[in-house]
Every structure is written in structure tokens, then in C-alpha cells.
Design a protein. Structure first.
Length: 474
């Protein structure tokens, strides 16, 4: 049955990759794949020793009402009442975060907020603009997460570039720069946040050790992609109701600037909110949505001369959120969770440890695999498989030098943060940033694979080499 699960996953993955030739929406394929995999899993669960031998399942069956059931009924009840709830809960955290970030960004965009940035970007030379957008994305994603950064930068690029082919190249670089920028900051990517919160890495050691490899991983593909660009970009004509001219009739320039600044501050406050409250990031985003919603409502309540139909309240702007992207995200994460719960990902990690046994090679493979499946369960599997080594464990170990790699801020954890974050750039659906850009801009999977994947691979390997040289000599 595990073979059937893997087969369905790869068939679904292939259909997503061939979305345009097949003319089947990738969101529908992802949802179908995810649900079919859960159906297969719930039926084959009694045969899975990985599930049956788990401590959580053993504790679950101790309940009197469950203990009297057959094994098949026990596993079904456990999956339905425990694992599905856990899976959907984790996925919804990401989806709610995505919805909240999109709402803030769309509200800013509806009021012409991004024009305050585009007006300062005077150059229309394609290459200069490309470098500027890449640098902005790289450093923004270290403060925001790469998902939010990708949304903001795509909206910004739409205001500057009219040609879709050029926007696809810029969008691809945004994916790479967002993932690379998020890898060197403990709050820049969901995987680095996981490692940071769990105590595997610390801020003081992570930033100085990973910033140079991350810069190289973005710089190499950026320089290679510059060859694809030339001339000047054509700025689109904004004739919709979201243009600067229209919004200026509704709110003053100062009020629109206030919405822009408050919206950006709400996004920047999310990692601070997490540190202060220890609540998940989606709560911080929803706090920002609430603040911005109330402020805009107060602003419009004072504009009695403006017709209600012309007021860009959040309740009116929310329909602009891309539902296809959200459903695609949901389907992909549901599918990957089945691979996690069946032990496929864990088994692969253990095989790597036994067969390879080199922390650099293991992490490079994990990073490559993160371009295919979500990097979150991969990192979660690594955290569960390798406990943080203490000085006492190292002192009493026969292979002390190897075990030192697993101490806090050890080579394994730092390199894992780099590889899991940057490796997802090699395929467009290998990272949250890639999935969002694919949904917002409609970038073709095959187009990205042919033109960008190899460049992203060069950057990934170049940054890895820099880290290994840096770690060996310094």
C-alpha cells in the first residue's frame, strides 16, 4: 500500500507539473491528490508498524472506549480524531497567515500604497531594476518571512512591469532571493523559526555563519539571469479603480501614506509579536488585519461626501485574494502530511543517516528533496530524529567529533537551515514563496524548470561550498 501512496503522489505531482499541456487546474489536482492519499492511508493504517508502534498511538488506545475496538477501528479513529485534526490545524496556521498577509497587501495596493515605493524607483533599465528588486527581496525576507515578502514584491513588480515574460523572470528571482534571504535569519523562514524555537540554532551564531552562503546562493543565479534581460521595462497603464488617480479622490495622499506605513508596520510586527507572546505567527498577522481594518473604517466614516460604493473598505477588497493559490497550498500540504504520517519521510531520513553518514551530504540531499516535498516535515523529521547533543553526550560518545555536529549551533543544524531554506528554490512548488508566486503570476512549472531550476541549483551549490569552506577554515 505504501507503493500505491507513493505512486499516487508522483502522478499528482506530475499532473501539477504538466498543468498547461493537460489544461487541468493545479489546485484541483492538488486537492484530489491530497484526499486520495488520505483515503489510501486510512485503509492501510493497520498494516503500518510505524503508526502502530508510535507512542502517541499506544497512549490513544489506552482509552477504555477505544481499547475494545478492533485494530482497524482503532487506527481509523486515531487518524480521524487525532492526525487529521493535527494536520488540518498545522495547515490552517499557514493558510490563515497567508490570507491575513494577502488582505493587508491587497488593502495597501487598493489604496495605491506601493506607488510610494515605485515613485522612488526611477530607473526603468531592466538590469538595474532587476538587481534592485533582488536586493530588496533578499533583505526584506530576513525581517518578514519569505512568504509575505514574495507577496509584497510581486505586487510591487506588477506596478512597474507590464510585460508578462519579464515579470516571470523577476518573479523567479523573487522566489530565489526570498528563500535565500530567509535562510540566514532565525525569523526569515518557517524552517529556521522551527529550529530557532526548538533551540537547535541561536541568533548570535546563525546570522554570521549563514549570511555569506545565503548571499552567494542568491547572487549566482541573479548574475546568470541578468543575461536574459536587456533594454527598459514598460510600465503598465493603471486605469482600474485601484489606481493612484482614483484613490486620491477617496482619501488624501497623507491618509493613503498612513495606510501604507501602518500596513508595512503590521507585517514587520509579526515576528516581534511571536517573540513577545509565543503565539504562532498567524495570530500576529490577524492582529495586524484587525488594526488596519479599524483604522480604514474610521477614515472612511469621516468621508461622508464619498459614495459608499467607492469606499475601498477591507470587506470590499478581500474578494481580490486568490482562492486558487490557497486551495493549491491546502492540497499540497495534505498530500505531504500523508508521507509524513506513514513514515516515508522519516524512513528516508534514517536511510540517509545510515547509508551516507556525512552531515554535509545528508543536508544537501534533504535540501534537494525539499524542492519536491515541503521542507517543513523534512526539518520536523530531522529534529525528531536527531536530539540536540549536550556536552555530556559528546564526552561519553565513542564518536565525539561526529556528535558535536548535533550540538546547539552545530554544523548539522546550521547547514540544515541553509539547505532546507535555499533548496526549495530549485522547483517552483518547492517553497511557500514559490507556490504563492506561481499562483499570483501564473508561472508555468515547466517554464521554471527549463529556465530557472538549473540556475537555482548553481546558487544552492555555490552557497553550500562557501559554507563548507567557511566552516573548515574559520
Amino acid at each position: 500500500m505504501l507503493t500505491a501512496i507513493l505512486l499516487v503522489f508522483f502522478v499528482g505531482y506530475l499532473m501539477i507539473a504538466l498543468e498547461h499541456p493537460l489544461k487541468v487546474n493545479k489546485a484541483g489536482t492538488a486537492l484530489l491528490t491530497g484526499i486520495v492519499l488520505w483515503v489510501l492511508y486510512v485503509n492501510c493504517a493497520p498494516e503500518l508498524s510505524y503508526l502502530i508502534s508510535g507512542e502517541s498511538f499506544k497512549e490513544f488506545v489506552q482509552t477504555p472506549s477505544v481499547a475494545a475496538l478492533s485494530l482497524a477501528e482503532q487506527t481509523r479513529e486515531y487518524i480521524i480524531s487525532h492526525q487529521i485534526v493535527e494536520s488540518v490545524g498545522e495547515i490552517c496556521q499557514t493558510l490563515i497567515f497567508l490570507v491575513g498577509a494577502m488582505m493587508i497587501v491587497e488593502l495597501i495596493d487598493a489604496h495605491g500604497g506601493f506607488e510610494f515605493i515605485t515613485n522612488y524607483i526611477k530607473t526603468r533599465q531592466t538590469k538595474r531594476l532587476f538587481v534592485l528588486i533582488s536586493l530588496l527581496t533578499f533583505f526584506m525576507s530576513a525581517v518578514l518571512d519569505n512568504l509575505t515578502t514574495a507577496i509584497v514584491m510581486i505586487m510591487l513588480v506588477r506596478k512597474i512591469i507590464d510585460d508578462q515574460a519579464t515579470r516571470w523572470i523577476f518573479g523567479s528571482m523573487i522566489i530565489i532571493a526570498a528563500n535565500s534571504g530567509g535562510a540566514w535569519s532565525p525569523i526569515g523562514d518557517v524552517t529556521t523559526i522551527m529550529l530557532w524555537v526548538n533551540g537547535n540554532i541561536s541568533t548570535g551564531k546563525t546570522i554570521p555563519n549563514l549570511i555569506l552562503p545565503s548571499i552567494v546562493s542568491a547572487l549566482v543565479p541573479m548574475l546568470l539571469m541578468l543575461r536574459l534581460l536587456d533594454g527598459e521595462v514598460k510600465t503598465p497603464n493603471h486605469n482600474s479603480d485601484t489606481s493612484s488617480a482614483d484613490t486620491s479622490e477617496r482619501l488624501s495622499t497623507g491618509e493613503r501614506l498612513a495606510i501604507f506605513i501602518i500596513g508595512v508596520l503590521c507585517l514587520l510586527f509579526v515576528p516581534v509579536f511571536k517573540v513577545l507572546t509565543h503565539l504562532p505567527p498567524f495570530m500576529g498577522v490577524l492582529l495586524g488585519v484587525g488594526v488596519l481594518w479599524i483604522i480604514t473604517e474610521i477614515m472612511y466614516s469621516k468621508k461622508e461626501r464619498i459614495e459608499e460604493s467607492q469606499k475601498l473598505r477591507l470587506s470590499k477588497v478581500v474578494h481580490r485574494i486568490d482562492g486558487n493559490t490557497l486551495l493549491f497550498f491546502l492540497g499540497i500540504l495534505l498530500a505531504v502530511d500523508v508521507l509524513r504520517y506513514t513514515g516515508i519521510l522519516q524512513g528516508f531520513a534514517e536511510w540517509l543517516d545510515v547509508t551516507v553518514g556525512n552531515v554535509y551530504v545528508v543536508n544537501l540531499i534533504i535540501g534537494t528533496l525539499s524542492a519536491v516535498v515541503d521542507n517543513v516535515p523534512l526539518v520536523a523529521g530531522a529534529i525528531g530524529m536527531y536530539p540536540i547533543a549536550t556536552e555530556a553526550m559528546v564526552a561519553n560518545s565513542a564518536s565525539a567529533s561526529y556528535l558535536m555536529n548535533f550540538m546547539q549551533d552545530g554544523t548539522f543544524w546550521q547547514f540544515l537551515a541553509y539547505c532546507a531554506g535555499v533548496g526549495g528554490s530549485m522547483l517552483i512548488i518547492g517553497s511557500a514563496a514559490g507556490v504563492v508566486v506561481m499562483g499570483l503570476e501564473g508561472i508555468n512549472f515547466i517554464w521554471y524548470l527549463k529556465r530557472i531550476s538549473l540556475l537555482a541549483l548553481f546558487g544552492y551549490l555555490a552557497g553550500a561550498v562557501v559554507y563548507m569552506v567557511q566552516n573548515s577554515f574559520f
